[in-house]
Design a protein around this ligand. Structure first.
Ligand SMILES: Cc1cc2nc3c(=O)[nH]c(=O)nc-3n(C[C@H](O)[C@H](O)[C@H](O)COP(=O)(O)OP(=O)(O)OC[C@H]3O[C@@H](n4cnc5c(N)ncnc54)[C@H](O)[C@@H]3O)c2cc1C
Length: 401
Protein backbone atom coordinates (compact mmCIF):
# COMPACT_ATOMS: atom_id res chain seq x y z
CA UNK A 1 0.00 0.00 0.00
CA UNK A 2 0.84 3.04 -1.50
CA UNK A 3 -0.36 6.60 -1.34
CA UNK A 4 -2.60 6.66 1.74
CA UNK A 5 -1.21 7.96 4.97
CA UNK A 6 -0.51 5.90 8.10
CA UNK A 7 -3.56 7.17 9.98
CA UNK A 8 -5.81 5.51 7.37
CA UNK A 9 -6.98 8.55 5.46
CA UNK A 10 -7.74 8.87 1.75
CA UNK A 11 -10.21 10.67 -0.51
CA UNK A 12 -12.90 8.01 -0.81
CA UNK A 13 -13.95 4.98 1.24
CA UNK A 14 -15.86 2.38 -0.79
CA UNK A 15 -17.74 -0.11 1.37
CA UNK A 16 -18.13 -3.42 -0.49
CA UNK A 17 -15.83 -5.01 -3.09
CA UNK A 18 -18.45 -6.66 -5.31
CA UNK A 19 -18.71 -5.84 -9.01
CA UNK A 20 -20.02 -2.33 -8.26
CA UNK A 21 -17.46 -1.45 -5.55
CA UNK A 22 -14.46 -2.74 -7.49
CA UNK A 23 -15.50 -1.04 -10.73
CA UNK A 24 -15.97 2.26 -8.88
CA UNK A 25 -12.55 1.86 -7.21
CA UNK A 26 -10.96 1.20 -10.60
CA UNK A 27 -12.74 4.10 -12.32
CA UNK A 28 -11.87 6.57 -9.52
CA UNK A 29 -8.34 5.19 -9.06
CA UNK A 30 -7.60 5.74 -12.76
CA UNK A 31 -8.64 9.37 -12.27
CA UNK A 32 -6.12 9.79 -9.46
CA UNK A 33 -8.49 9.64 -6.46
CA UNK A 34 -6.98 7.91 -3.39
CA UNK A 35 -9.39 5.10 -2.54
CA UNK A 36 -9.87 2.55 0.25
CA UNK A 37 -12.12 -0.43 -0.50
CA UNK A 38 -13.22 -2.54 2.47
CA UNK A 39 -15.09 -5.85 2.30
CA UNK A 40 -16.18 -8.11 5.15
CA UNK A 41 -15.61 -11.24 3.06
CA UNK A 42 -12.30 -12.78 2.08
CA UNK A 43 -10.82 -12.26 -1.38
CA UNK A 44 -13.07 -14.01 -3.97
CA UNK A 45 -12.01 -17.40 -5.32
CA UNK A 46 -10.30 -17.47 -8.71
CA UNK A 47 -12.35 -19.05 -11.53
CA UNK A 48 -11.72 -22.78 -12.13
CA UNK A 49 -10.75 -24.22 -15.56
CA UNK A 50 -14.35 -25.15 -16.43
CA UNK A 51 -14.36 -28.80 -17.56
CA UNK A 52 -16.91 -30.01 -14.98
CA UNK A 53 -20.30 -28.44 -14.29
CA UNK A 54 -19.14 -27.74 -10.70
CA UNK A 55 -16.25 -25.62 -12.01
CA UNK A 56 -18.56 -22.90 -13.35
CA UNK A 57 -19.71 -20.07 -11.11
CA UNK A 58 -23.41 -20.39 -10.31
CA UNK A 59 -23.77 -16.60 -10.44
CA UNK A 60 -23.60 -15.09 -13.90
CA UNK A 61 -24.40 -11.66 -15.31
CA UNK A 62 -25.92 -10.74 -18.65
CA UNK A 63 -23.72 -7.74 -19.44
CA UNK A 64 -25.23 -5.33 -21.98
CA UNK A 65 -23.07 -3.72 -24.68
CA UNK A 66 -23.25 -0.47 -22.67
CA UNK A 67 -21.85 -2.21 -19.54
CA UNK A 68 -19.11 -3.82 -21.59
CA UNK A 69 -18.21 -0.47 -23.16
CA UNK A 70 -17.87 1.04 -19.66
CA UNK A 71 -15.72 -1.88 -18.43
CA UNK A 72 -13.53 -1.50 -21.55
CA UNK A 73 -13.23 2.25 -20.93
CA UNK A 74 -11.83 1.64 -17.42
CA UNK A 75 -9.40 -0.97 -18.77
CA UNK A 76 -11.17 -4.03 -17.34
CA UNK A 77 -12.70 -5.68 -20.41
CA UNK A 78 -10.56 -6.94 -23.27
CA UNK A 79 -12.47 -9.50 -25.34
CA UNK A 80 -14.94 -12.33 -24.82
CA UNK A 81 -12.34 -15.10 -24.91
CA UNK A 82 -10.16 -13.40 -22.24
CA UNK A 83 -13.13 -13.39 -19.86
CA UNK A 84 -14.71 -16.79 -20.67
CA UNK A 85 -17.74 -14.82 -21.82
CA UNK A 86 -20.50 -16.01 -24.13
CA UNK A 87 -21.80 -13.44 -26.63
CA UNK A 88 -25.48 -14.02 -27.49
CA UNK A 89 -27.21 -12.77 -30.58
CA UNK A 90 -30.72 -14.09 -30.04
CA UNK A 91 -33.24 -14.00 -27.20
CA UNK A 92 -36.47 -16.04 -27.25
CA UNK A 93 -39.19 -15.13 -24.75
CA UNK A 94 -42.54 -16.90 -24.57
CA UNK A 95 -45.54 -17.55 -22.38
CA UNK A 96 -46.08 -21.18 -21.30
CA UNK A 97 -49.82 -20.80 -20.84
CA UNK A 98 -50.58 -19.17 -24.19
CA UNK A 99 -49.28 -18.67 -27.66
CA UNK A 100 -47.43 -15.38 -27.20
CA UNK A 101 -43.77 -15.26 -28.08
CA UNK A 102 -41.12 -12.81 -29.11
CA UNK A 103 -37.70 -13.24 -30.66
CA UNK A 104 -35.02 -10.56 -30.35
CA UNK A 105 -32.24 -10.83 -32.88
CA UNK A 106 -29.03 -8.79 -32.81
CA UNK A 107 -29.27 -8.25 -36.59
CA UNK A 108 -32.58 -6.41 -36.18
CA UNK A 109 -30.94 -3.99 -33.75
CA UNK A 110 -27.91 -3.56 -36.04
CA UNK A 111 -25.76 -4.86 -33.20
CA UNK A 112 -23.07 -7.56 -33.34
CA UNK A 113 -24.50 -9.13 -30.16
CA UNK A 114 -27.24 -8.43 -27.63
CA UNK A 115 -24.77 -8.85 -24.78
CA UNK A 116 -22.46 -11.33 -23.07
CA UNK A 117 -23.14 -13.86 -20.34
CA UNK A 118 -20.18 -13.85 -17.95
CA UNK A 119 -19.61 -15.69 -14.67
CA UNK A 120 -19.45 -13.21 -11.79
CA UNK A 121 -16.12 -14.75 -10.67
CA UNK A 122 -14.64 -13.90 -14.09
CA UNK A 123 -15.80 -10.28 -13.85
CA UNK A 124 -14.42 -10.01 -10.30
CA UNK A 125 -11.08 -11.51 -11.37
CA UNK A 126 -10.67 -8.93 -14.15
CA UNK A 127 -11.71 -6.09 -11.83
CA UNK A 128 -9.31 -7.21 -9.12
CA UNK A 129 -6.37 -7.33 -11.53
CA UNK A 130 -7.05 -3.73 -12.55
CA UNK A 131 -7.87 -2.33 -9.12
CA UNK A 132 -4.86 -3.79 -7.38
CA UNK A 133 -2.51 -2.53 -10.09
CA UNK A 134 -3.49 1.06 -9.25
CA UNK A 135 -1.12 2.59 -6.66
CA UNK A 136 -3.83 4.85 -5.22
CA UNK A 137 -6.29 2.00 -4.47
CA UNK A 138 -6.00 -0.11 -1.31
CA UNK A 139 -8.17 -3.25 -1.03
CA UNK A 140 -8.89 -4.49 2.49
CA UNK A 141 -10.49 -7.95 2.68
CA UNK A 142 -11.95 -9.27 5.94
CA UNK A 143 -12.80 -5.70 7.04
CA UNK A 144 -16.55 -5.52 7.71
CA UNK A 145 -17.92 -2.02 8.29
CA UNK A 146 -19.16 -1.59 11.88
CA UNK A 147 -19.62 2.12 12.60
CA UNK A 148 -19.66 5.39 10.72
CA UNK A 149 -19.51 8.84 12.26
CA UNK A 150 -19.03 12.26 10.73
CA UNK A 151 -15.60 13.73 11.34
CA UNK A 152 -14.90 17.26 10.14
CA UNK A 153 -16.25 17.46 6.61
CA UNK A 154 -15.93 13.70 6.06
CA UNK A 155 -16.29 10.31 7.70
CA UNK A 156 -14.61 8.13 10.29
CA UNK A 157 -15.47 4.47 9.72
CA UNK A 158 -14.47 1.55 11.92
CA UNK A 159 -14.26 -2.10 10.93
CA UNK A 160 -14.56 -5.52 12.51
CA UNK A 161 -10.74 -5.66 12.67
CA UNK A 162 -10.62 -2.45 14.72
CA UNK A 163 -8.98 -0.52 11.87
CA UNK A 164 -10.22 3.03 11.30
CA UNK A 165 -10.63 4.84 7.98
CA UNK A 166 -10.90 8.60 7.60
CA UNK A 167 -12.13 9.93 4.24
CA UNK A 168 -13.81 12.99 2.75
CA UNK A 169 -16.38 10.86 0.91
CA UNK A 170 -17.90 7.41 1.57
CA UNK A 171 -19.79 5.22 -0.91
CA UNK A 172 -22.04 2.31 0.07
CA UNK A 173 -21.54 -0.50 -2.49
CA UNK A 174 -22.25 -3.19 0.09
CA UNK A 175 -25.18 -4.93 -1.62
CA UNK A 176 -28.86 -5.42 -0.92
CA UNK A 177 -28.55 -5.58 2.89
CA UNK A 178 -26.25 -2.54 2.96
CA UNK A 179 -24.90 -1.97 6.46
CA UNK A 180 -23.80 1.55 5.46
CA UNK A 181 -27.37 2.42 4.40
CA UNK A 182 -28.67 1.10 7.72
CA UNK A 183 -26.06 2.92 9.81
CA UNK A 184 -27.04 6.18 8.14
CA UNK A 185 -30.74 5.44 8.63
CA UNK A 186 -31.54 5.86 4.94
CA UNK A 187 -35.10 4.57 4.39
CA UNK A 188 -36.09 2.18 1.59
CA UNK A 189 -39.32 1.12 -0.07
CA UNK A 190 -39.33 -2.64 -0.37
CA UNK A 191 -41.51 -5.65 -0.84
CA UNK A 192 -40.96 -9.37 -1.22
CA UNK A 193 -41.98 -11.10 -4.45
CA UNK A 194 -42.67 -14.27 -2.42
CA UNK A 195 -40.40 -15.95 -4.97
CA UNK A 196 -37.01 -17.62 -4.70
CA UNK A 197 -34.60 -18.09 -7.61
CA UNK A 198 -32.68 -21.32 -8.12
CA UNK A 199 -29.39 -20.86 -9.98
CA UNK A 200 -27.29 -23.70 -11.40
CA UNK A 201 -25.06 -24.73 -14.29
CA UNK A 202 -26.74 -27.21 -16.62
CA UNK A 203 -25.27 -29.58 -19.27
CA UNK A 204 -27.19 -29.72 -22.58
CA UNK A 205 -27.78 -32.50 -25.12
CA UNK A 206 -27.16 -30.07 -28.03
CA UNK A 207 -25.40 -26.70 -28.43
CA UNK A 208 -27.09 -23.55 -27.11
CA UNK A 209 -26.69 -21.63 -30.40
CA UNK A 210 -25.72 -18.37 -28.60
CA UNK A 211 -29.36 -17.93 -27.56
CA UNK A 212 -31.00 -16.85 -24.27
CA UNK A 213 -34.32 -18.52 -23.56
CA UNK A 214 -36.92 -17.27 -21.10
CA UNK A 215 -40.31 -18.87 -20.49
CA UNK A 216 -42.97 -17.32 -18.27
CA UNK A 217 -44.58 -20.11 -16.25
CA UNK A 218 -47.49 -19.82 -13.87
CA UNK A 219 -45.02 -20.26 -10.98
CA UNK A 220 -42.50 -17.66 -12.30
CA UNK A 221 -39.99 -17.09 -15.12
CA UNK A 222 -37.27 -19.60 -16.07
CA UNK A 223 -34.21 -18.33 -17.98
CA UNK A 224 -31.48 -20.40 -19.65
CA UNK A 225 -28.38 -18.36 -20.47
CA UNK A 226 -25.58 -19.56 -22.79
CA UNK A 227 -22.09 -20.05 -21.32
CA UNK A 228 -18.73 -19.97 -23.09
CA UNK A 229 -18.95 -23.78 -23.49
CA UNK A 230 -21.70 -24.37 -26.13
CA UNK A 231 -22.98 -27.41 -24.22
CA UNK A 232 -23.54 -25.52 -20.97
CA UNK A 233 -26.07 -22.93 -19.81
CA UNK A 234 -26.67 -21.07 -16.56
CA UNK A 235 -30.24 -21.20 -15.31
CA UNK A 236 -32.15 -18.66 -13.22
CA UNK A 237 -35.44 -20.29 -12.24
CA UNK A 238 -37.65 -17.95 -10.21
CA UNK A 239 -40.40 -19.83 -8.38
CA UNK A 240 -43.24 -18.93 -6.06
CA UNK A 241 -42.15 -20.01 -2.59
CA UNK A 242 -44.41 -23.10 -2.44
CA UNK A 243 -43.24 -24.33 -5.87
CA UNK A 244 -39.64 -23.53 -4.89
CA UNK A 245 -39.84 -25.80 -1.84
CA UNK A 246 -40.93 -28.72 -4.05
CA UNK A 247 -38.43 -28.16 -6.87
CA UNK A 248 -35.49 -27.45 -4.56
CA UNK A 249 -36.08 -30.77 -2.77
CA UNK A 250 -35.79 -32.86 -5.98
CA UNK A 251 -32.86 -35.18 -6.71
CA UNK A 252 -30.59 -34.05 -9.58
CA UNK A 253 -32.26 -36.49 -11.99
CA UNK A 254 -35.79 -35.39 -11.06
CA UNK A 255 -34.68 -31.73 -11.22
CA UNK A 256 -33.44 -32.19 -14.81
CA UNK A 257 -36.79 -33.83 -15.73
CA UNK A 258 -38.69 -30.92 -14.16
CA UNK A 259 -36.47 -28.45 -16.01
CA UNK A 260 -37.15 -30.14 -19.37
CA UNK A 261 -40.90 -30.13 -18.69
CA UNK A 262 -40.79 -26.46 -17.70
CA UNK A 263 -38.80 -25.22 -20.71
CA UNK A 264 -40.82 -27.44 -23.10
CA UNK A 265 -40.00 -28.16 -26.76
CA UNK A 266 -39.11 -24.53 -27.60
CA UNK A 267 -36.03 -24.57 -25.34
CA UNK A 268 -32.89 -26.73 -25.22
CA UNK A 269 -32.83 -30.26 -23.73
CA UNK A 270 -30.98 -30.54 -20.41
CA UNK A 271 -29.01 -33.65 -19.45
CA UNK A 272 -27.27 -32.88 -16.15
CA UNK A 273 -27.17 -30.28 -13.40
CA UNK A 274 -24.31 -29.15 -11.14
CA UNK A 275 -24.79 -27.87 -7.59
CA UNK A 276 -27.71 -25.49 -7.05
CA UNK A 277 -28.18 -22.37 -4.91
CA UNK A 278 -31.31 -20.43 -3.97
CA UNK A 279 -31.79 -16.65 -3.59
CA UNK A 280 -34.97 -15.12 -2.11
CA UNK A 281 -36.16 -12.28 -4.38
CA UNK A 282 -37.29 -8.85 -3.34
CA UNK A 283 -37.61 -5.40 -4.80
CA UNK A 284 -36.05 -2.55 -2.84
CA UNK A 285 -35.36 1.08 -3.59
CA UNK A 286 -33.65 3.64 -1.35
CA UNK A 287 -35.76 6.80 -1.17
CA UNK A 288 -32.57 8.89 -1.39
CA UNK A 289 -29.27 7.77 -2.93
CA UNK A 290 -27.18 10.36 -1.12
CA UNK A 291 -26.63 12.06 2.21
CA UNK A 292 -23.87 14.42 3.40
CA UNK A 293 -20.64 13.25 1.67
CA UNK A 294 -22.18 9.83 1.16
CA UNK A 295 -23.83 7.96 -1.73
CA UNK A 296 -25.29 4.52 -2.39
CA UNK A 297 -24.65 2.64 -5.63
CA UNK A 298 -25.97 -0.53 -7.30
CA UNK A 299 -27.73 -3.14 -5.12
CA UNK A 300 -27.23 -1.01 -2.00
CA UNK A 301 -29.53 1.56 -3.68
CA UNK A 302 -31.88 -0.72 -5.65
CA UNK A 303 -32.69 -4.40 -6.24
CA UNK A 304 -34.93 -5.71 -8.96
CA UNK A 305 -36.29 -9.06 -10.07
CA UNK A 306 -33.64 -10.95 -12.11
CA UNK A 307 -36.12 -11.69 -14.92
CA UNK A 308 -34.53 -9.11 -17.24
CA UNK A 309 -30.97 -9.68 -16.01
CA UNK A 310 -30.59 -5.93 -15.46
CA UNK A 311 -29.35 -5.76 -11.84
CA UNK A 312 -25.64 -5.25 -12.38
CA UNK A 313 -26.18 -3.27 -15.58
CA UNK A 314 -28.09 -0.64 -13.61
CA UNK A 315 -25.33 -0.80 -10.98
CA UNK A 316 -22.57 -0.21 -13.55
CA UNK A 317 -24.51 2.76 -14.95
CA UNK A 318 -24.63 4.20 -11.40
CA UNK A 319 -20.86 3.77 -11.15
CA UNK A 320 -20.23 5.39 -14.54
CA UNK A 321 -22.41 8.43 -13.76
CA UNK A 322 -21.06 8.89 -10.21
CA UNK A 323 -17.49 8.80 -11.56
CA UNK A 324 -18.32 11.41 -14.25
CA UNK A 325 -19.89 13.72 -11.67
CA UNK A 326 -17.03 13.39 -9.15
CA UNK A 327 -14.40 14.06 -11.81
CA UNK A 328 -16.35 17.07 -13.17
CA UNK A 329 -16.73 18.48 -9.63
CA UNK A 330 -13.02 18.07 -8.86
CA UNK A 331 -12.03 19.61 -12.19
CA UNK A 332 -14.41 22.48 -11.43
CA UNK A 333 -12.64 23.11 -8.13
CA UNK A 334 -15.33 21.77 -5.77
CA UNK A 335 -14.36 20.04 -2.50
CA UNK A 336 -14.75 16.25 -2.42
CA UNK A 337 -17.30 16.55 0.35
CA UNK A 338 -19.48 18.85 -1.79
CA UNK A 339 -23.08 17.70 -2.16
CA UNK A 340 -23.30 19.02 -5.76
CA UNK A 341 -21.93 15.95 -7.63
CA UNK A 342 -23.88 13.56 -5.38
CA UNK A 343 -27.18 15.37 -6.01
CA UNK A 344 -26.50 15.43 -9.74
CA UNK A 345 -25.69 11.68 -9.65
CA UNK A 346 -28.95 10.96 -7.82
CA UNK A 347 -30.98 13.04 -10.26
CA UNK A 348 -29.50 11.32 -13.30
CA UNK A 349 -29.79 7.75 -12.02
CA UNK A 350 -32.99 7.61 -9.98
CA UNK A 351 -35.37 8.21 -12.87
CA UNK A 352 -33.81 5.52 -15.01
CA UNK A 353 -33.62 2.96 -12.18
CA UNK A 354 -37.23 3.63 -11.22
CA UNK A 355 -38.39 3.23 -14.83
CA UNK A 356 -36.66 -0.16 -15.11
CA UNK A 357 -38.09 -1.25 -11.75
CA UNK A 358 -41.61 -0.26 -12.82
CA UNK A 359 -41.22 -2.21 -16.09
CA UNK A 360 -40.05 -5.33 -14.21
CA UNK A 361 -42.91 -5.01 -11.77
CA UNK A 362 -45.35 -4.82 -14.72
CA UNK A 363 -43.85 -7.98 -16.25
CA UNK A 364 -43.91 -9.81 -12.93
CA UNK A 365 -47.55 -8.92 -12.28
CA UNK A 366 -48.65 -9.46 -15.89
CA UNK A 367 -47.18 -12.94 -15.98
CA UNK A 368 -47.88 -14.00 -12.40
CA UNK A 369 -51.55 -14.72 -13.07
CA UNK A 370 -53.82 -17.16 -14.84
CA UNK A 371 -56.60 -14.61 -15.27
CA UNK A 372 -57.76 -15.40 -18.86
CA UNK A 373 -58.01 -11.74 -19.87
CA UNK A 374 -54.50 -11.02 -18.64
CA UNK A 375 -53.21 -14.16 -20.39
CA UNK A 376 -54.90 -13.04 -23.62
CA UNK A 377 -53.55 -9.51 -23.23
CA UNK A 378 -49.97 -10.57 -22.61
CA UNK A 379 -50.02 -13.05 -25.53
CA UNK A 380 -51.42 -10.38 -27.81
CA UNK A 381 -48.80 -8.00 -26.43
CA UNK A 382 -45.87 -10.34 -27.09
CA UNK A 383 -47.14 -11.18 -30.58
CA UNK A 384 -47.84 -7.55 -31.46
CA UNK A 385 -44.35 -6.50 -30.34
CA UNK A 386 -42.85 -9.42 -32.28
CA UNK A 387 -44.61 -8.39 -35.51
CA UNK A 388 -44.04 -4.64 -35.29
CA UNK A 389 -40.48 -4.01 -36.41
CA UNK A 390 -40.21 -0.48 -34.97
CA UNK A 391 -41.67 -1.44 -31.59
CA UNK A 392 -39.40 -4.42 -31.33
CA UNK A 393 -36.34 -2.32 -32.17
CA UNK A 394 -37.38 0.11 -29.43
CA UNK A 395 -37.57 -2.74 -26.88
CA UNK A 396 -34.19 -4.03 -28.01
CA UNK A 397 -32.58 -0.62 -27.67
CA UNK A 398 -33.85 -0.49 -24.07
CA UNK A 399 -32.35 -3.93 -23.41
CA UNK A 400 -28.91 -3.26 -24.87
CA UNK A 401 -28.22 0.34 -23.91
C1 LIG B 1 -30.61 -15.13 -8.74
C2 LIG B 1 -30.05 -13.87 -9.27
C3 LIG B 1 -29.66 -13.76 -10.59
C4 LIG B 1 -29.16 -12.56 -11.10
N1 LIG B 1 -28.85 -12.47 -12.43
C5 LIG B 1 -28.41 -11.29 -12.94
C6 LIG B 1 -28.08 -11.11 -14.33
O1 LIG B 1 -28.20 -12.03 -15.15
N2 LIG B 1 -27.65 -9.90 -14.75
C7 LIG B 1 -27.51 -8.85 -13.89
O2 LIG B 1 -27.16 -7.74 -14.33
N3 LIG B 1 -27.80 -8.98 -12.58
C8 LIG B 1 -28.23 -10.16 -12.08
N4 LIG B 1 -28.53 -10.26 -10.75
C9 LIG B 1 -28.30 -9.12 -9.88
C10 LIG B 1 -26.81 -8.99 -9.57
O3 LIG B 1 -26.30 -10.19 -9.08
C11 LIG B 1 -26.60 -7.86 -8.57
O4 LIG B 1 -27.21 -6.70 -9.09
C12 LIG B 1 -25.10 -7.59 -8.36
O5 LIG B 1 -24.42 -8.71 -7.87
C13 LIG B 1 -24.95 -6.45 -7.37
O6 LIG B 1 -23.60 -6.13 -7.22
P1 LIG B 1 -23.12 -5.21 -6.02
O7 LIG B 1 -21.64 -5.06 -6.21
O8 LIG B 1 -23.98 -4.02 -5.91
O9 LIG B 1 -23.46 -6.05 -4.69
P2 LIG B 1 -22.91 -7.46 -4.18
O10 LIG B 1 -22.49 -8.34 -5.29
O11 LIG B 1 -23.94 -7.96 -3.23
O12 LIG B 1 -21.58 -7.06 -3.38
C14 LIG B 1 -21.62 -6.43 -2.11
C15 LIG B 1 -20.28 -6.62 -1.42
O13 LIG B 1 -20.34 -5.93 -0.16
C16 LIG B 1 -19.75 -6.72 0.85
N5 LIG B 1 -20.33 -6.34 2.15
C17 LIG B 1 -21.58 -6.58 2.64
N6 LIG B 1 -21.71 -6.08 3.88
C18 LIG B 1 -20.52 -5.48 4.19
C19 LIG B 1 -20.03 -4.78 5.33
N7 LIG B 1 -20.78 -4.58 6.44
N8 LIG B 1 -18.77 -4.31 5.31
C20 LIG B 1 -17.98 -4.48 4.21
N9 LIG B 1 -18.39 -5.15 3.11
C21 LIG B 1 -19.64 -5.64 3.10
C22 LIG B 1 -20.10 -8.16 0.44
O14 LIG B 1 -19.16 -9.09 1.01
C23 LIG B 1 -19.97 -8.07 -1.09
O15 LIG B 1 -18.68 -8.41 -1.56
C24 LIG B 1 -29.04 -11.45 -10.24
C25 LIG B 1 -29.39 -11.56 -8.89
C26 LIG B 1 -29.90 -12.74 -8.40
C27 LIG B 1 -30.32 -12.85 -6.95
Amino acid sequence: MHEHDQAGSADVLIIGAGIAGLSLATALGRQGFRVFVIDGASRPEAPKPGKELQDWDLRVSALTPASIAFLAEIGVWRDASTHRAAPYDCMRVWDASGSGSIVFDAGEADASSLGHIVENREILKALLQCAQALPCVELCWGHALETMSSAGSGWLATCSTGREFHTALAIGADGAQSKARQLLGMPTREWSYAQTAIVATVGLAHGHAATCWQVFLESGPLAMLPLADPLKVAIVWSLDDAAHRQIAALSDEAFVDALNRAIGPTGPVSEAVGSRASFPLSQRHALEYCDESFALVADAAHNIHPLAGQGINLGLSDVAVLTQELVAARDGGLALSSSVPLRRYQRRRKTENLAMMAAMEGFKRGFGTLNPLTVLGRNLGLNVVDRQGWLKRWFMRQAIS
